[in-house]
Design a protein around this ligand. Structure first.
Ligand code: SF4
Ligand code: SF4
Length: 77
């Protein structure tokens, strides 16, 4: 999936080494933009409202907010 995110906009970064694919964050996302497969967690950044709920709920701190420094970019999630 490819999403477009504007300059200085925040987006969720997934620390794949920490995430154990427990699925807890999927259930709290009000926008339903977090996807979980057998092997991967991904986020549709275009639909994310930056509410931070997924970050707060993750039991292993595998999610964090980061600010983009570049102009509009395409991100594969
Ligand atoms: S809650 Fe944390 S560990 Fe669980 S799937 Fe989400 S990011 Fe991964
Ligand atoms: S910040 Fe909010 S809207 Fe964005 S992925 Fe996390 S829970 Fe969903």
């Amino acid at each position: 999936m490819v999403s477009r995110v504007k300059k200085n906009q925040e987006m969720i970064k997934i620390k794949t080494g920490r995430c154990d694919l427990c699925g807890t964050c999927v259930g709290v996302c009000p926008e339903n933009v977090i996807r979980l497969s057998m092997t991967e967690l991904s986020i549709d950044h275009a639909g994310c409202t930056r509410c931070h709920k997924c970050i707060w709920i993750c039991p292993v701190s595998a999610l964090e907010m980061m600010e983009l420094q570049n102009d509009i970019i395409a991100i594969s999630s």
